[in-house]
Design a protein. Structure first.
Lengths: 100, 871
């Protein structure tokens, strides 16, 4: 999801995941790159050559973005989860989300 | 704080977490994270370092493990065989470890148990190394006390606890004051006896020193009675008398073994001065005694004290104590006794089996490494470091070890559940056995050790496989021949270990057969046994004899009962006979011989089918007023009168109440009283009518299986007098069988181990020969093409297999002979180098190796030379 709206480097993904999960999920670099490699091997994400301007960049960083295939898998997964949640609500397994 | 770039990078590299450009990216991110953490202070930085380190290690191991799992999934046959073989060996070993750990290794539950010693009286000239102290000598020891803070004696009796309808037969320990202090274990509920509560108590005399009878319950009996804490303070009916329950001992207090309740005992009250003017007897050595060393006293100095006091007792009372010394042994020896050497030996056997399994998986792993020589060489050529290749092998080995451990822990739980009912009661602390953390650690450690052996050997191979040559294909052969030799050696070791196990099992089988062909001197089949104890308050002297006469008559009225009698101590029963001095009529010699003395009722020998060689049984003629008569056994007759006919001879027996002359009226053949391994001892029988005893073993020979008569017999005895206690109703065959339970267990386990060992070794031979045939298929094809017959080829494979088997047999038999000396104490009627066993083992192993090689040999025979030579 982190790389859906554009390319991100490893550290960026870590920050993004942390803020999205309100600090509940923290990825660490070695494990993260292991997962990135797996996703790459599955063809869900790819490395991009596009890099930000020189002064913001660190040459050792690597940037990743979602591939078309990856986007389709992501969408399918989100639909699946939505259906699951819907089914669960219908069965009364979970309460309706509280209105904030 | 500076980020340790280089260290982090080296770590990531070593763990091969990613490609080098990924490593750079990870390091960069790590540095960024550290910069963030700097703001939060030093602690946050340290925490981050730890996290990054763990993260790297976890990822690295995860990658390796998943790689290894993929490889193993590609070779399911290897993975499954290796894991299951190892699991099998581990299960057997772990199960034995649970036994050894639970029974032997765990410390006794008493505070500073190593400071508790057992006290014995020993007389080497009579070959009596460990008799319990006599009441008189025990009192002297207690008075002197010397290096001990507490010293106590005890004996056990059987009683019946009446609980509502039924009665529970229980082992009751009569203990002298200080008993609970010796073991220094407090009751879980209530208290133990006060000094006053011991005074004057002797239940055998019906004496309670004027106070209320009190008792302490074992945890087990307390549970059986409902486990109500309020039971303490309440009353309990034991042998028809009301006792006040004052305490419950902890669960693991098992002194003496299987004691269900404890009652006080005062030797002075048991042997009152009006009947024993010289004080409690000094030559009835039936008690057990233990003492706790005072602080700062060593076992050695206590031993020296015991020698001194023993010497004094011998010179003060030479009539009873001449040649008797006082000796000490550690409490653990007493508690664990003979069990310990047997368990250790079985554990040794199972350790052999585990080594065999480890060798087997090593040979499997070596074979697999051989198959992967190309792959490994390629990986090295592609830049995988030596370390990484080895690490891969180690991880694979450990994964196998891990899965084997899981299976074996489960297997151990199941095995224990199946095994415990077969374990003899004589093994102490059985109910405390459990698979605990220590056991799991043990199993894991063994698995890792076994895996390390395999991994070590394969790593060695991998190291030697020189990649350039292997890739060229030329040196594959060189490496392989070394590896093949290694595999051959491993299989020879497997066969040798299997031979050792098989020889052990074979010797036990031979011992078992020998034990069963021993003639015990009586016929144990179809005999009902009942222990009947008459209440001393109700029956005295002649009344006791009358009561037992009625019991015997009443039992004889049952249909299908052929004959009935009673005796004080039966063969195989836990109550021994009295051990007394006697001599041919005349003055008392300096060192009289000793004999086991038993009181028997008429028809005893007929009922037991114990042959009388001369003279007669006891009968109605023998009464309290008639001439004192005895029946003796052959051993005694030959030792005392040589070839003179013993009938009509007179001997003096020093028995309770003094030394009187007796006339020999019968001679019976020898019998083995303490199990089939025992030696016959001199015996004297006295008619029960002339010396009435309160506690008798009543025996009835039946025309139908004795098992079917137990209930009826018990009811019939109770019908004579409901108030008297009848318990331990069983059959003589069962009693005899129980003496063999340890032998049976050892035989069962060792046979299982050796069968497993032979199967594993056979699998090893089979795998090796299959591999050999596959590797040599070109040679075989060539020979075939040159006209060798299929039979010749098959024979050549079988020959090779047999030669491996023979090497294994040679080493194995050598090892078995070396170990045999240790094992000889477990054998009966067979030598450790028993040729029959050795020949049988050799035959079995040769047959098994031939069978194991049969399929590969047939494969060689069916080789199609053309297709192979063309390929």
């Amino acid at each position: 999801m982190s790389v859906a709206d554009g390319s991100r480097h490893g550290y960026g993904i870590m920050q993004d995941v942390r803020s999205r999960s309100q600090g509940r999920v923290q990825l660490w670099p070695a494990a993260l790159y292991g997962s990135l490699r797996e996703l790459q091997d599955l063809g869900l994400i790819g490395e991009t050559a596009a890099r930000p301007s020189k002064d913001e960049d660190d040459e050792r960083r690597r940037y990743y973005r979602l591939t078309t295939r990856g986007r389709r898998v992501l969408e399918a997964e989100i639909h699946r989860l939505e259906d699951l949640v819907k089914a669960a609500r219908g069965a009364g397994v979970v309460a309706r989300p509280k209105k904030a | 704080m500076r980020f340790p770039d280089q260290t982090y990078r080296a770590l990531l590299r070593m763990l091969r977490v990613g490609r080098s450009e990924e490593v750079s990216a990870i390091v960069a991110d790590g540095r960024q994270l550290l910069a963030d953490a700097q703001h939060e202070g030093r602690a946050a930085v340290v925490r981050l370092w730890v996290i990054l380190f763990m993260d790297a290690v976890r990822t690295g191991v995860r990658l390796d493990v998943s790689h290894a799992l993929r490889l193993m999934a590609r070779a399911p046959g290897f993975t499954l065989t290796a894991s299951l073989t190892l699991a099998l060996g581990l299960t057997a070993t772990t199960t034995m470890f649970v036994l050894v750990n639970g029974v032997l290794l765990r410390p006794l539950p008493y505070k500073e148990a190593q400071r508790v010693v057992m006290l014995w009286e020993s007389n080497p000239s009579l070959s009596r190394p460990q008799d319990g102290p006599s009441p008189g000598n025990l009192l002297d020891l207690k008075e002197r006390r010397g290096p001990f803070s507490h010293l106590a004696g005890w004996s056990t009796v059987k009683m019946t606890v009446r609980n509502g309808e039924g009665g529970i037969p229980v082992t009751v320990s009569q203990v002298t004051d200080g008993f609970f202090d010796v073991f220094a274990l407090s009751p879980v509920i209530g208290r133990t006896f006060s000094t006053l509560e011991y005074r004057g108590v002797a239940v055998s005399r019906g004496s309670f020193g004027g106070h209320e009878p009190t008792l302490v319950l074992s945890h087990r009996l307390w549970q059986e009675l409902g486990g109500d804490p309020a039971a303490v303070g309440g009353m309990l009916d034991v042998d028809g008398r009301q006792w006040r329950v004052i305490g419950v001992m902890p669960r693991d207090f098992d002194m003496p073994h299987q004691s269900m309740l404890w009652i006080p005992w005062d030797p002075r009250a048991a042997y009152p001065p009006d009947r024993f003017p010289a004080g409690p007897p000094r030559d009835f050595r039936f008690l057990r005694a233990a003492a706790r060393l005072s602080d700062g006293v060593t076992t050695e100095s206590a031993g020296a004290w015991a020698r001194t006091v023993g010497g004094q007792l011998a010179s003060d009372f030479p009539a009873f104590n001449r040649d008797w010394a006082i000796t000490l042994t550690p409490l653990s020896d007493f508690v664990l006794g003979r069990v310990s050497s047997g368990l250790v030996a079985l554990f040794g056997a199972v350790a052999l089996l585990l080594v065999l399994t480890a060798v087997n998986i090593s040979s499997l792993m070596v074979a697999r490494t051989l198959e992967r020589t190309q792959e490994l060489a390629l990986r090295k050529a592609l830049g995988a470091s030596q370390l990484r290749v080895v690490r891969q092998l180690v991880i694979e080995a450990f994964l196998i070890a891990f899965s084997a451990t899981l299976v074996s822990v489960l297997g151990t739980v199941l095995c224990l559940r199946g095994l415990i009912p077969f374990l003899p009661d004589s093994i102490p602390r059985l109910d405390e056995l459990a698979v605990d953390f220590r056991v799991i650690m043990f199993s894991t450690a063994l698995a890792l050790l076994a895996a390390s052996l395999g991994a070590g050997l394969t790593a060695l191979l991998a190291h030697r496989s020189d990649l350039a040559l292997v890739l060229k294909g030329s040196s594959a052969r060189v490496t392989r021949s070394g590896a093949a030799r290694l595999r051959g050696t491993l299989v020879v070791v497997e066969v040798a270990l299997a031979v050792v196990l098989l020889v052990g099992a074979g010797l036990l089988v031979r011992s078992w057969v020998a034990l069963h062909s021993v003639d015990p001197g009586f016929d144990p089949s179809n005999v009902v046994v009942l222990r009947v104890s008459a209440d001393p308050r109700r029956y005295q002297g002649g009344q006791t004899a009358e009561y037992f006469r009625k019991v015997v008559t009443s039992l004889g009225e049952l249909p299908s009962v052929q004959s009935v009698a009673a005796v004080t101590a039966l063969p195989m029963s836990e109550v021994g006979a009295n051990f007394r001095p006697f001599w041919p009529e005349g003055p008392r010699p300096d060192a009289p011989s000793v004999a086991d003395v038993r009181m028997a009722m008429p028809e005893y020998f007929r009922t037991l089918r114990r042959r009388l060689d001369a003279g007669r049984e006891f009968d109605q003629r023998d009464t309290q007023t008639s001439t004192r008569v005895v029946v003796v056994n052959e051993s005694l007759a030959t030792r005392t009168w040589g070839s003179h006919p013993p009938i009509g001879q007179r001997l003096v027996l020093d028995y309770l109440g003094g030394a009187y002359p007796y006339e020999v009226v019968g001679v019976t053949r020898d019998a083995l009283y303490e199990g089939l391994r025992s030696e016959p001892r001199p015996e004297i029988f006295i008619p029960h009518a002339q010396n009435p005893y309160l506690l008798m073993n009543v025996i009835a020979r039946t025309a139908v299986p004795a098992e079917d008569m137990l209930q009826a017999a018990r009811a019939q005895v109770l019908s004579v007098d409901r108030e008297q206690s009848v318990h331990s109703v069983t059959t003589l065959e069962r009693l005899l069988d129980e003496t063999l339970s340890t032998d049976r267990l050892a035989l069962l386990l060792l046979t299982m181990f050796s069968v497993m060992g032979v199967v594993i070794a056979a699998a090893g031979v089979h795998a090796l020969m299959t591999r050999t045939v596959v590797e040599r298929r070109r040679e075989i094809a060539l020979r075939m093409a040159l006209g060798a017959s299929p039979e010749t080829l098959m024979w050549s494979v079988l020959r090779e297999s047999v030669s491996i088997g023979s090497l294994g047999v040679a080493f194995g038999v050598g090892a078995a002979l070396a170990i045999g000396r240790v094992a000889s104490s477990f054998l009966f009627g067979v030598m450790p180098y028993d040729p029959v066993t050795l020949v049988a083992v050799v035959a079995i192993i040769v047959a098994v190796t031939v069978m194991a090689a049969f399929l590969p040999a047939r494969m060689a025979m069916r080789t199609d030379p053309m297709s192979i030579l063309r390929s």
